[in-house]
Write a protein that binds this ligand. Structure first.
Ligand SMILES: [Zn+2]
Length: 145
């Protein structure tokens, strides 16, 4: 499983200095007033199927002999309202392709500073990459630039 960055996160916990990037990465957490440290994790389709069949999740926490009290939840979000330090106001920008007003934080930018919504980007990115590689092959673009 891999941790996700999420909008309610208040802190990025960096990996322990004695661990490699292979062993450990940053963990984004939301520190709540109750003293909880909330993170969200996702996994591949295959791992999801394994959970469906086995109904188990193994947890390893590097904290010495014991571990702090934890909870796990499979719902889409555990935040019923945004924490006070999260600005609810979204910055909207029009998608270059479908023209839908989209949360700017979720958008992708191409080499010409055009912004695309996630749906359009998913469709366009492979096409744009193929086009780009074709132009490089024909010598019309210098990949060093
Ligand atoms: Zn779009």
């Amino acid at each position: 499983m891999n941790p996700l960055k999420f909008k309610e996160a208040t802190v990025e916990l960096k990996k322990p200095s004695n661990m490699s990037d292979e062993d450990c990465g940053s963990l984004y957490v939301c520190q709540t007033e109750k003293g909880e440290c909330i993170s969200v994790w996702t996994t591949s389709f295959w791992e999801r199927l394994k959970f469906l069949f086995h109904g188990k999740i193994w947890i390893g926490i590097l904290s010495g002999d014991t571990q702090p009290a934890i909870w796990l939840d499979c719902t889409n979000t555990v935040f019923t309202s945004a924490p006070p330090n999260t600005p609810e106001e979204k910055c909207l920008e029009k998608c270059e392709s479908c023209e839908k007003e989209t949360d700017f934080d979720t958008m992708e930018e191409d080499a010409d500073a055009n912004y695309f919504c996630p749906e359009c980007w998913e469709e366009l990115a492979p096409v744009m990459r193929a086009e780009y590689e074709e132009l490089v092959k024909r010598g019309e673009i210098d990949p060093e630039n």
